[in-house]
Write a protein that binds this ligand. Sequence first.
Ligand code: OOG
Ligand code: NI
Length: 455
Amino acid sequence: MIGADEIRTRFARAMSDMYRQEVPQYGALTELVARVNARVLHDDPALKARLEATGSLARLDVERHGAIRLGTAAELATMRRLFAVMGMVPVGYYDLSVAGIPVHSTAFRPVDDVALGRNPFRVFTSLLRLDLIADDGLRAEAERILAARRIFTPGVLALIGQWEEEGGLADVSADLFVREALETFRWHREATVSAATYRRLHDAHRLIADVVCFKGPHINHLTPRTLDIDAAQAEMPSYGMRAKDVIEGPPRRACPILLRQTSFAALEEPILFLGEGHAGEDGCHTARFGEIEQRGVALTPKGRALYDRLLCAARDDGPKDVPYGMRLERAFMQFPDTEDALRGQELAYFRYDLAGAATLPPGFSADAPIEDMVRAGVVVATPITYEDFLPVSAAGIFRSNLGGGGGADYAVSADRAGFETALGAEVLDECALYAGLQNRSITDIRDALRGTAVA
Ligand code: OOG
Ligand code: NI
């Protein structure tokens, strides 16, 4: 039997190869990121040593996230089963309707630290909210079109069933699974609708046309992870890419927090509409783009609340004649920027490890506060990487790839319960996962110290 981590690794590689063929600029982007990362590691041996010690260096070159947009509850529920084969489970709920985008989303990803270390491949997965289409006739038409399509191959459905029954897949079946699953994410230049239908859906919202008018949920970007997003952004034009104006997320920091992202604009691609009693008509569609990301430490709810408040301040209150980047820098001066302060004020999650042998200095007990052990040099604290996404940033990424504007005004709020019903499961709480990792590392240390005390 092939383990979930191995199937995920094979799938992520196959997806990356496919996307490189479909969108050559993605290949250029991975080269740019590889070059920037090599330079950062060369110039910052301390960072390199730390990444090596925590197993993060090995995953850096393969690390990617992608995104898809689904049309129906049934598609989402089956997608959950498909990702489960690869050890990817839904984490977090993201409501994009507040930003004028008619979807809500989750991220399918591995959750335990061994799996994350092997390959942290994640897919930001959105479900179209047809309930937000105001026009009843148009909504019914979109529903009809979506109900008729089959985005999964019979082969992949059979293999998912087999995996669920037997709890694993043999080597050959695993390869077959990867091949069959990949079909769902492939680009099809033939639309399933006429030009007129496409136009009507597109006018309701560009995203609706992207989800409804095609055979399946083409992967719309794959994102490599960079160690210096400012450098990568600055170099994008020399690789022939037009970068988005602002980097989403927090500003550059000595101790990177959460997630910073930027993208190049979606490509205009030729498509072929279904003919209505005549030959198909040529058209074009913009959906697929490239993105890069830099990941920092995961924040506690307290840290996240501070982040949200400062981000809001930079976006809304700052004097508008000051460039956004500067307003952001200014606002975030209030966010502590040393690891000691982030730990001391419980703003971020850390993983704790014994610095050396499991021995305690005189006067220490295995139950001493972990912070005292860090100060005494018995224990080292390492930031836990943020593995998730940010709704405001995601909205910015969506918007910049919907050809400007794209912000309808939806008078609705989040519908987490509705999303979970469609999914057929609850989404996991990301903070509980980070807290679990942190607490387990502390328990392990105390156990190890007690073990030596007894011996
Ligand atoms: C997803 C956009 C969000 C991210 O990295 O925040 C996203 C989409 O455009 O479908 O990928
Ligand atoms: Ni993305």
